[in-house]
Design a protein around this ligand. Structure first.
Ligand SMILES: NC(=O)c1ccc[n+]([C@@H]2O[C@H](COP(=O)([O-])OP(=O)(O)OC[C@H]3O[C@@H](n4cnc5c(N)ncnc54)[C@H](OP(=O)(O)O)[C@@H]3O)[C@@H](O)[C@H]2O)c1
Length: 334
């Protein structure tokens, strides 16, 4: 790999794409050249990188000549069509969509957990689902110490998880309600302002949504734990940024709050914020734009054997997307 790679961001104008550009800059990733790709709608737009304006160009089959690394965040359809073309042109693709996550030839990586899997790539590496990534940042260190059997979890997912237009929808609906106008909706199936929606993604025949089943399927692959089980309810909440997850986890080995806190305190990419007496616990308002995820509300689960409850919050545009993707490409240069 070129030590100063030519990097392309596919979906550069989107909620994740913008964060990709900023994260490359913030982490001083040694970008030799940056190419910004989006749809025809964005041609002519300029985005700033290291103080310079870069014009967005239209994604096409010919976009990947001479590019070393392509960070894809333009939706599953675009990834399915263009990631194989990019890989064929010699590019290493890190894909944010769900298109390749369960493909056995594609590593699915959270660098704090399974960085070594990066080396097995054949041109495409998948970035995990955002809710799964944030949950595993706290669950995996506990799994290493106590051996997780299964979890029951509910997510509280920010609107930015559904993209730039979803952020605009919450802002618009709040304005409409405050000024007494009828509420309009385009992105979410129901009003999201002053509401919660117990549906993220589409429903599967068993009654779970696709988003909910990602926790078990992706968790098994990332943790190399084929028997891991997860029953999840994913909920969209009127929060702009940062997902939170309430988790009840059952372990093989006996667990205590003190032992769990000691493990979580040392975990990479995670801050333990757990002083309930002082009203200190993770909240999305304070994990937004922050690289590390936060965990707190650690307590024994009163309904499970060897069970622990905890609450984890993290910026899904960062650890759930852009930051994790940039950490993956940093692994490639090691
Ligand atoms: N948002 C999150 O927290 C998050 C977290 C993890 C993974 N992801 C995944 O990342 C991807 C992008 O999500 P997002 O939230 O950033 O969505 P978004 O804000 O809606 O952005 C979508 C991006 O894709 C581009 N795009 C759309 N159609 C295109 C086309 N035909 N050709 C080229 N570019 C096209 C858009 O360009 P224009 O501006 O030109 O339309 C825009 O740059 C999705 O696969 C999503 O599942 C998102």
């Amino acid at each position: 790999m070129n030590r100063n790679p030519h990097v392309a961001v596919v979906g550069a104008t989107g909620a994740v794409g913008i964060e990709m550009i900023q994260t490359l800059e913030k982490r001083n990733f040694p970008v030799g050249k940056l190419t910004l790709l989006a749809s025809a709608r964005s041609v002519g737009k300029k985005l700033k990188f290291r103080g310079q304006e870069i014009a967005v160009t239209e994604l096409s089959e010919n976009s990947f000549n001479g590019i070393d690394i392509a960070l894809f965040s333009a939706g599953g359809g675009i990834s399915k069509e263009f990631a194989p073309i990019a890989a064929k042109d010699g590019c290493v693709v890190v894909d944010n969509s769900s298109a390749f996550r369960q493909d056995e030839n594609v590593p699915l990586v959270i660098p704090e957990i399974n960085a070594a899997d990066v080396k097995q790539h054949k041109g495409i590496i998948a970035n995990p689902n955002c809710t799964t990534a944030i949950t595993l940042m706290a669950l995996y260190p506990l799994h290493q110490a106590f051996g997780v059997k299964r979890i029951f979890a509910s997510s509280y997912q920010a609107v930015s998880g559904a993209g730039a237009q979803a952020i605009a929808e919450l802002r618009r609906q709040v304005g409409e309600i405050v000024s007494g106008k009828p509420v309009t909706k385009e992105i979410f199936p129901h009003q999201i302002a002053f509401n919660v929606i117990p549906q993220v993604d589409s429903f599967l025949p068993g009654g779970y949504t696709k988003e909910e089943m990602k926790m078990e399927n992706e968790g098994r692959k990332i943790m190399h734990h084929p028997k891991f089980r997860a029953s999840v309810t994913c909920v969209r909440v009127p929060v702009y940024r940062s997902h939170s997850v309430a988790v009840s986890a059952e372990f093989e080995k006996p667990v205590s709050v003190e032992a769990a806190r000691a493990v979580l305190k040392k975990a990479p990419g995670l801050d333990l914020i757990d002083e309930p007496g002082n009203k200190k616990y993770p909240m999305p308002l304070f994990t937004s734009e922050k690289d590390n995820c936060e965990v707190g509300r650690v307590r024994m689960d009163c309904a499970l054997d060897n069970g622990l409850c905890f609450w984890v919050s993290g910026d899904q545009l960062l650890k759930g997307a852009a930051l994790n993707a940039v950490q993956i490409v940093e692994e490639l240069l090691k």
